[in-house]
Design a protein around this ligand. Sequence first.
Ligand SMILES: C[S@@+](CC[C@H](N)C(=O)[O-])C[C@H]1O[C@@H](n2cnc3c(N)ncnc32)[C@H](O)[C@@H]1O
Length: 202
Amino acid sequence: MTVLMDKDLGSAVYLARILIAECLFPGGIAVDATAGNGNDTLFLAREVGPAGRVYAFDIQAGALTNTALLLKQSGQAGQVTLLQAGHEEMERLVPGPVDAVMFNLGYLPGGDHGVITCPAATLKALHSALHLLCPGGRVSLVVYRGHPGSREEYEAIERFAMELDYNNFRAVKLNLLNRSDHAPVVVIEKVKSVQNSGLNSF
Ligand SMILES: C[S@@+](CC[C@H](N)C(=O)[O-])C[C@H]1O[C@@H](n2cnc3c(N)ncnc32)[C@H](O)[C@@H]1O
């Protein structure tokens, strides 16, 4: 497991990576639903290695340029497919099944803070991610709060996760208890023995 960052329970990204790394292996398949500056794409690329594949989405060309550069500098570009498309297109563009999907919501750090993820597209993509996920696979969402629309997005995700059928999915939330503005992490696991393929259960 190469989580690629300092051990710090105050970091939502660190928490997400620990739980995602557990379901990845050399040759695995992963999706970065929000490539941004490429840090999570690089993490996923290292976890699945040259025999694996990572599909990385972003709607901004500049984000994918940054991601491509980071991957090239790190020698991990070969196993990554960069897609300039909304993650709501995931089911059309990614051949499943996949082992893990990561969402890191909000705006591009260092970029235009007006371009943000939005609840409708995020929920559509989350729905697709759960369809694509193999049994035992996991989806993580780091949900920043503080920018306009972020609370609505967080509440929509939480509602969606709370309504998932426990027979087919486990949904957890990780939250710092002693800092109220911390970005919560939601992780959803598809159980190993899904009933009715789990597809009609949400
Ligand atoms: C917080 S950043 C991601 C950070 C990234 N994971 C990293 O490691 O650097 C959020 C990204 O989501 C992208 N985004 C917004 N709406 C999107 C959509 N519908 N589909 C895919 N990406 C989207 C933004 O362009 C932005 O780059």
